[in-house]
Design a protein around this ligand. Sequence first.
Ligand code: NAD
Length: 441
Amino acid sequence: MKITMIGSGYVGLVSGVCFAEFGHDVVCMDLNADKIEGLKKGVIPIFEPGLEEMTLDNVKAGRLTFTTDIKAAVASAEVVFIGVGTPPHPETGHADLKYVYAAARDIARSVEGFTVVVTKSTVPVGTGDEVERIIRETNPEADVAVVSNPEFLREGAAIKDFMIPNRIVVGIEDERARPVMTEVYRPLFINQSPLMFTTRRTSELIKYAANAFLAMKITYINEMADLCEAVGANVQEVARGIGLDNRIGTKFLHAGPGYGGSCFPKDTLALVKTAQDFGAPIRLIETTVEINDARKSKMTKKVIKALGGSVAGKTVAVLGLTFKPETDDMRDSPAITIIEELVEAGAAIRAFDPEGMENAKAVLPPITYCEGAYDTATGADAVVIVTEWNEFRGLDLKRIKAALKSPVLVDLRNIYRREEVARHGFSYSSIGRPSEDIAAG
Ligand SMILES: NC(=O)c1ccc[n+]([C@@H]2O[C@H](COP(=O)([O-])OP(=O)(O)OC[C@H]3O[C@@H](n4cnc5c(N)ncnc54)[C@H](O)[C@@H]3O)[C@@H](O)[C@H]2O)c1
């Protein structure tokens, strides 16, 4: 099939490359000329495991091209995906749909023959109706079926998630879209990934309902961690004890510094706003948003406490800046709030992240960027693990201790065992694990 992706970011590029891998003819289009020029030269604009190789393979095979020319890209396509950003509106917190609507207008002006227009961006209920209205208003001759097909991939595991999804959700209002979408995803259907057809509005809501549920699950275990600290219980064992119940499941039960990233914060907020607009407020998610916002500052306080109540004039070594490992994405990372607040409290920050430092420079206050964990720890008063990159899991604690001014380790991801750290003479704080507990793993 001939597929065009409008927007070549984390979702558009990964989806486009994977569709090409399925054997479709794919054009990835973006307004950002630098990004497209880079892609044409084989420069992948994001860090995503496996993406570079798969992109280069498919370009070589002639199934994948890049362009800024929307007209040609849309005119030749049977299916046009919209994969542009839907950031929160700075004033209202609603999903800002200006990029989606701009793409809809561009598509309307360029479309030729029957074309299925698919919104892959995460958009509030009713956006598909508006996309359809915009296309018909801009070009009454356009023959389109507007479909919702939300994306569930996770950054860091995006290719695997796209190629082996738990499910594919497709929302249609025009039956002509059904065989087209079935053909688009045929390679996955053969692999028995469930292809679920529903209405457009239901499909749009499924995406938000899924993300909000996962954000709530993380927030639940984070609050449970606070209770564990208060009562002297171990949150990792609580998580295991409840997670082994199939009705609950073990995933998304890792207590930490609060969820971040390009999706959960904005999607929970957008769902809250939509629900309020429709007079059906979702209190659970309203509360989830509040708790998660407050949690990041709680982490700052934990660091300050570990340093004896003040960080003024002290140096804090921060390991990990991205919102999770295996991505370079800094959007809404808990590290941002924690570092801003530590700087405000008078600390100097030394930091290292394996992939996120370029993006971090754009969003963090001035700090010192280092060349690895040991360099970061050099001369610092404490080490704080904010993101659980694999390379931070097996640190040589002897070397870290020797580099530090004082042996203080704050582990916001619970990747160390207290007994091991204590053996090396560290003062150690983690999340939801009592200080006397040495059996936790
Ligand atoms: N990042 C994720 O993990 C993830 C997962 C699932 C769903 N989503 C959703 O997918 C959507 C895209 O997210 P992302 O992380 O890929 O965003 P992104 O910011 O990485 O990429 C968006 C791209 O769209 C381009 N763009 C904007 N307007 C355009 C236009 N009119 N024409 C062509 N290109 C245009 C931008 O230049 C940018 O390259 C969002 O709605 C997001 O919520 C993201």
